[in-house]
Design a protein around this ligand. Structure first.
Ligand SMILES: Cc1cc2nc3c(=O)[nH]c(=O)nc-3n(C[C@H](O)[C@H](O)[C@H](O)COP(=O)(O)OP(=O)(O)OC[C@H]3O[C@@H](n4cnc5c(N)ncnc54)[C@H](O)[C@@H]3O)c2cc1C
Length: 374
């Protein structure tokens, strides 16, 4: 069996794992990031019309950040020099209250906090963070299946997509995996039952959800004075938005209201057809003729959703209680977005939690002697 050694192993290469790796690499600490999928980014996924990762993509995962309320991500975007632009919202909003009545059209009043998108999609964050890390610091297609605590550190058992087992010895572990998924790994010794229960009860934000995209040759709804924003109690999309890219590739997207089980029964083709019927009802016949469509069902993605995520639960609540207790306390730090003390569930939470976890492990590997660090 192959063996590797590192000072800090990071489990998960989503935004939190990448941010933690960046902090630690910049602090001069030896780090190895282990990602189960063949790609980095986790819930961040920006793709072309066909669903392939693209540098000018549609955001099948997160689209938005709110700079005024989320200073951590605003600072990261600025530091990485990533151009951004406001969510298109000029024009009227459509409200579909019930199927037997014509949809209402209204001009929104009042001021919503500015909602921003990244040029190229939120995948630009992933590309910029990964680009700043030597390729030797990350392994994709490598899932962690077990962690064993020893006197000198932690032994992680990993399996590649091809089924090859590898053992990694690390002084410290940063787990950048949603707590629910982390709880499914084999820990020796086991975590205290209260802690394990808390991990299992922490809902992974947006894991039960799915997005539908329709791509068009032009944003025709704008000509009709519509912003592309719609709310519907009729469905199958409950909330619809303009998803046109900064480069001008036109699209509308919506969050699906049928739950994971109903979606699995329907299948993507029937879902796409029902969504296009709704779009044509709201935006006219041109909406029936997209260039392409995409459905991304996060509940069907095992690297995001656990079985318990098939039931939608509430938004994670910020908490200052420790995420790790007992014997693991000095060797393991959690940093998925859900574990953040601010903006848990959001990209901003992932950035915040990663910084906190990086600080914790740097203090531990330096025996508490550090004054600076990440
Ligand atoms: C549809 C949708 C819309 C969203 N919209 C927004 C939005 O507009 N704004 C916003 O701020 N947030 C939004 N979010 C939330 C946002 O995506 C998350 O907060 C953020 O991406 C979480 O990053 P993370 O690194 O904490 O977790 P993740 O992105 O989930 O990363 C965890 C990583 O761990 C990997 N992994 C899992 N198990 C293992 C294992 N055993 N071994 C190795 N690797 C493993 C996974 O493959 C994944 O890459 C949305 C999410 C979704 C799904």
């Amino acid at each position: 069996m192959r063996q590797m050694q590192t000072t800090i192993a990071i489990i998960g290469g989503g935004l939190a794992g990448l941010c933690a790796a960046r902090h630690l690499h910049r602090a001069g600490v030896d780090v190895l990031l282990l990602e189960a999928r063949e790609r980095l980014g986790g819930r961040i996924l920006s793709t072309d019309d066909a669903g392939a990762v693209s540098a000018d993509g549609f955001d099948l995962g997160p689209s938005w950040f709110w700079p005024h309320a989320q200073p951590d991500i605003a600072a990261l975007v600025q530091e990485l020099g990533l151009p951004h632009f406001p969510q298109y919202s000029e024009g009227d909003v459509i409200f579909e209250r019930m199927s037997r009545e014509t949809a209402w059209r209204y001009r929104p009043t009042g001021h919503a906090p500015e909602t921003m998108r990244l040029v190229g999609g939120t995948g630009a964050l992933v590309a910029a963070l990964a680009g700043g890390l030597p390729t030797s610091t990350r392994l994709v297609g490598t899932r962690v299946v077990a962690l064993a605590l020893g006197d000198a550190g932690v032994t992680l058992t990993t399996v590649t997509s091809e089924g090859v087992e590898r053992v990694i010895h690390a002084e410290q572990v940063v787990a950048a995996v949603p707590p629910r998924l982390l709880g499914a790994l084999a820990f020796a010794p086991a975590l205290p039952p209260d802690t394990m229960r808390r991990w299992q009860q922490t809902a992974t934000w947006m894991a039960p959800h799915a997005k539908f995209f329709a791509m068009y040759d032009r944003p025709f709804w704008r000509d009709a004075g519509l912003s592309g924003t719609a709310q519907s109690f009729v469905g199958p999309m409950g909330e619809i938005h303009d998803a046109t890219t900064a480069s001008g590739r036109a699209a509308l997207f919506g969050f699906l209201t049928p739950g994971p089980d109903a979606r699995a029964l329907l299948g993507d083709a029937a879902i796409a057809d029902a969504c296009l019927t709704q779009l044509a009802r709201l935006y006219g016949p041109e909406a029936r003729r997209p260039r392409a469509t995409l459905v991304k069902d996060w509940a069907a993605d095992p690297w995001t959703a656990a079985a318990s995520d098939r039931m939608a639960s509430g938004h994670p609540q910020p908490s200052t209680a420790p995420w790790v207790t007992g014997a693991w306390q000095e060797r393991l730090s959690l940093c998925a977005s859900e574990t953040s003390g601010t903006e848990p569930g959001f990209m901003a939470g992932a950035v915040h939690a990663a910084h906190r976890a990086a600080r914790e492990v740097v203090v531990r590997v330096s025996g508490g002697r550090t004054t600076g660090g990440p």
